[in-house]
Design a protein around this ligand. Structure first.
Ligand SMILES: Cc1ncc(COP(=O)(O)O)c(C=O)c1O
Length: 439
């Protein structure tokens, strides 16, 4: 692109966002919309109940995604709704209009209180630290626990690189041993036995995804957490694919540590995340990066440092208030719709999609066999076809899915979220039908 056009396109995009009255209007008139949902949880028959389309169509207007663009990759990155975008813009505008190097602890406490409530009973603001990403949270855990040479960590072979690379780094640096199990996609409970078989007296940590990014499998985390506790092993969960996607509370998972991103299913601003540390483990986990705001007191003359006795010890340096407030707005947005409504809407689409692709030739479904352990992420392969061929065909029609290279699966993953409807689903199904019948 020529330099002049490049600037023109940037100014065009930013200008449209900032001055477009539709964006402002949408927020005030639609944001607090009551969705009036049936409780689909009561009906297990996904094929019979259907979304209340009128309400979801109104909700769809909260997003800038053009109707011709079928975005099915929330598992990669969520699209923020208008209220979140506006909050980020407003906070940034205010900070740039009245610059003041302030660090508002009261505001951050208020936001943490909201997040703690979202995460369920027993979670308090002091158990929560703001991070930039789930990756940062994973690194804080792996680098901050007092492992010794030869200590063992159990994980699955379906983890994201955000977990694999910090583990490999630690293996090379500190001589820990990583043991992996292959997730059982036919029988979720068998994963508990697979983990149990890997436990030895040197096992210190079990660290897995709550929902895998590869096939969308929901692990039976509360049973795995119970197993870990009964053997005196720490239990950490990567919730990048779960928070904002499914209803749960942290206490039920029995997790000592839980990390997640704000920019996927929560639809928050990019580069936001949360680390949760169970208070029983707060003194065990040592921060690897510290700085301004990590401590309650310090004196270099006296060689004295007292880190916060809370998860705030993992925070350091200047905050991006616009992103943090945008994250608060995202939690408000998700809570207003209701996490059960979101789960039911997305699962409805996921099950409908499965039903449709099961009819097609050559399709091999990789998502779990048991419905109870499936999520709003569906992964499949087309036998005898290079998957890149299908994804580039889909891209040509503005359908965005994700290639799954994890564990060498070489498959396609489709994620359904609140901005998707049956129109997106049938657009994809039609193209896939044309493709699979023509091979
Ligand atoms: C399971 C899982 N963990 C971690 C990550 C990385 O998240 P972040 O970009 O917030 O570090 C992803 C991203 O797709 C993921 O799917």
């Amino acid at each position: 692109m020529k330099r002049r056009n490049f600037f023109k396109s940037i100014i065009g995009a930013a200008g449209a966002l900032y001055f477009n009255p539709v964006v402002e209007g949408a927020e005030s008139s639609l944001y607090h919309l009551k969705l009036g949902y049936k409780d689909w949880n009561k009906s297990k028959k996904w094929g019979i109940t259907s979304p209340d389309n009128a309400a979801w169509k109104k909700l769809r207007k909260q997003f800038l995604i053009p109707s011709r663009y079928t975005y099915l990759n929330t598992g990669g990155l969520g699209a923020s709704p208008v209220p979140v975008i506006n909050r980020v813009l407003r906070v940034m505008e205010n900070e740039e209009t009245y610059p003041s190097p302030s660090h508002d602890e009261d505001n951050s406490l208020k936001i943490k209180e909201k997040i703690a409530t979202f995460l369920g009973p027993g979670v308090k603001p002091e158990h929560i630290a703001f991070t930039s990403t789930a990756t940062e949270g994973i690194n804080i855990i792996i680098n901050g626990l007092p492992f010794e040479n030869g200590d063992e960590i159990i994980t699955s072979s379906h983890e994201h690189v955000a977990m694999e690379i910090p583990l490999l780094h630690h293996i090379k640096k500190n001589g820990i041993i990583v043991k992996m199990f292959e997730p059982d996609l036919n029988n979720a409970k068998a994963n508990v036995e697979r983990i149990e078989r890997l436990i030895t007296p040197r096992t210190r940590l079990i660290f897995i995804s709550h929902v895998t990014c590869s096939t969308g499998q929901v692990f039976p985390v509360s049973t795995i957490g119970n197993l870990a506790r009964s053997r005196n092993i720490l239990f950490a969960l990567d919730g990048a694919q779960s928070v904002g996607q499914l209803p749960f509370n942290i206490a039920d998972t029995n997790a000592d540590f839980y990390v997640f991103s704000g920019h996927k299913w929560l639809l928050g601003p990019k580069r936001t995340g949360i680390l949760y540390v169970n208070p029983r483990q707060i003194s065990l986990l040592s921060p690897s990066i510290v700085g301004a705001f990590s401590s309650s007191s310090h004196d270099l003359w006296k060689n004295k440092l007292e880190l916060h006795p809370t998860a705030s010890k993992f925070e350091y340096g200047t905050r991006n208030n616009a992103l943090i407030e945008g994250l608060e707005e995202a939690f408000d947005f998700i809570s207003t719709i209701g996490i059960s409504n979101i789960w039911n809407h997305n699962r409805f689409l996921a099950e409908l999609f499965l039903k449709e692709i099961k009819k097609m030739p050559r399709i091999r479904i990789l998502s779990p066999v048991e419905e109870e352990y499936r999520s709003s992420l569906i992964t499949f392969k087309v036998d005898g076809v290079e998957i890149e061929k299908l994804t580039s065909l889909l891209m040509r029609d503005q359908i965005r899915c994700r290639l799954v290279s994890e564990a060498g699966l070489n498959a396609i993953r489709v994620s359904f979220h609140v901005y998707n409807g049956e129109n997106d689903l049938y657009k994809l199904v039609k193209l896939m039908k044309d493709f699979t019948y023509k091979i």
